[in-house]
Design a protein around this ligand. Structure first.
Ligand code: C5P
Length: 397
């Protein structure tokens, strides 16, 4: 997948640096050559010898190593690679990148390179969510820097949340995508996500508890495998990912219009929790109490079924995937739903409150297709997304 590609790998100083050794191994297995650079802090976590031995390449550590300047200057070093990868990228290293600093070899290479840069952040949850780090991330994204992760999960420091470095296999997939070689390169995938809001009057609406987390994670996973992703999202509580075409909608009808405008696509993944009904008699003005204490009555009309419309439409993508959030008889209901809607797969889950799935970080799904029901173990929503994205890539091969 990466045959003949050259990756300049900058290993920053964090406990996740140990995973970079595995990353080197996987990159080589994929056919890439790795030119390693170890920061001074990075060398506190992994040894120069293990890095250069695994990479099978000279290790670069110091800007003022005259031998290096004579053999290969930092400008040349920053440009001979096809891609520059920073893994782990610490908060400090990203701050230096965002500030355009050039005070050591790593930051100088990052400033001098004319190649794309992919960073895999790794840090404590608080450090990642700190406004200063988020400002730096936004600056770097604006500069065209690509990000993979961080993932949610338990951290070496004992805390839990976003900050874990992406797994080496995930970084390899992102490198493949960045170099145009991911398994979904050249494919267009449509993803719907989040709840819809159906107005009652200009200030009130009917909605549901969907956070958009699973749909967002899916868009990220598909993007990381190289797909061009159109992400049609209702008002979700998680922000839409970078590197995808975002179309924001509010109602089911708007979502249907946006989905139809985005076709053709190779695959459609409908993770949105679309309202089944909208208010038929929505008021153009804010509804008022009538003084007599009579509550208003709302009449409902059924919304279009976006999944069924796409699955049975003339522009049907080759693969159509729906979701089924159920609170009982999950597999039976989802199997019937797959037939009724005409989609290829249904990703079913139990959203009864006791599972903590709706609005939570984990999911336990069963994938129903024409070959039967595949039960996946409970895992983080981004892990579900990656596994599903890989299954999609395989189906589109
Ligand atoms: O019928 P139900 O809402 O349970 O079906 C869930 C699946 O159908 C999800 O994939 C959801 O995105 C999709 N759906 C839709 N349009 C609707 C209702 C559901 O696309 N109006």
């Amino acid at each position: 997948m990466l045959a003949g590609k050259r990756v300049l790998l900058i290993i920053g100083g964090g406990i996740a640096a140990y995973k970079s050794l595995e990353l080197i191994r996987l990159l080589q297995k994929a056919g890439a050559s790795v030119v390693p650079v170890l920061t001074r802090a990075g060398a506190q976590f992994v040894t120069p010898l293990s890095v250069s031995a695994l990479a099978g390449h000279k290790l670069y550590e110091d800007l003022f190593d005259l031998g290096d300047e004579a053999e290969m200057g930092h400008i040349q070093l920053s440009r001979t690679a096809d891609l520059v990868v920073v893994a782990p990228a610490t908060a400090d290293l990203m701050a230096r990148m965002a500030g355009g600093r050039a005070e050591d070899l790593a930051s100088t290479l990052l400033l001098a390179t004319d190649k794309r840069v992919l960073v895999a952040p790794a840090m404590n949850v608080r450090m990642w969510t700190h406004p200063a780090t988020q400002r730096n991330v936004a600056t770097l994204r604006g500069d065209g820097v690509l990000f993979i992760g961080p993932n949610d999960g338990e951290m070496a420091c004992g805390e839990f949340g976003p900050g874990r470095m992406a797994e080496p296999a995930q970084i390899v997939a992102a490198i493949g995508a960045a170099l145009g070689g991911g398994p979904l390169a050249g494919r267009h995938v449509l993803v719907t996500s989040g709840p819809t809001q159906e107005p009652i009057d200009p200030v009130r609406f009917i909605a549901n508890r969907s956070s958009g987390a699973q749909g967002t994670a899916l868009a990220v996973a598909l993007r990381d495998l190289g797909a061009r992703v159109t992400f049609v999202t209702g008002p979700a509580s998680v922000p839409p990912p970078a590197g995808v075409d975002v179309v924001r909608v509010q109602t089911a009808q708007q979502m249907l219009d946006a989905v139809q405008a985005a076709l053709p696509a190779d695959a459609a993944v409908m993770a949105a929790a679309v309202a089944d009904w909208r208010v038929a008699n929505a008021s153009a003005q804010k509804m008022k109490k009538d003084g007599a204490g009579t509550p208003p009555s709302l009449a409902f009309v059924q919304n279009p079924d976006i999944l069924a419309t796409v699955a049975q439409g003339a522009m049907r993508p080759r693969l159509v995937v729906g979701f089924a959030a159920e609170t009982e008889s999950v597999v039976a209901h989802a199997t019937a739903k797959r037939a009724r809607k005409g989609c290829d797969w249904i990703v079913a889950n139990d959203v009864s409150p006791k599972t903590g799935i709706m609005g939570g970080t984990e999911n336990a799904v069963t994938v129903i297709s024409d070959t039967g029901a595949e039960v996946w173990p409970r895992m983080a929503k981004d892990a579900v997304a990656r596994r599903l994205a890989e299954k999609i890539a395989k189906a589109l091969q």
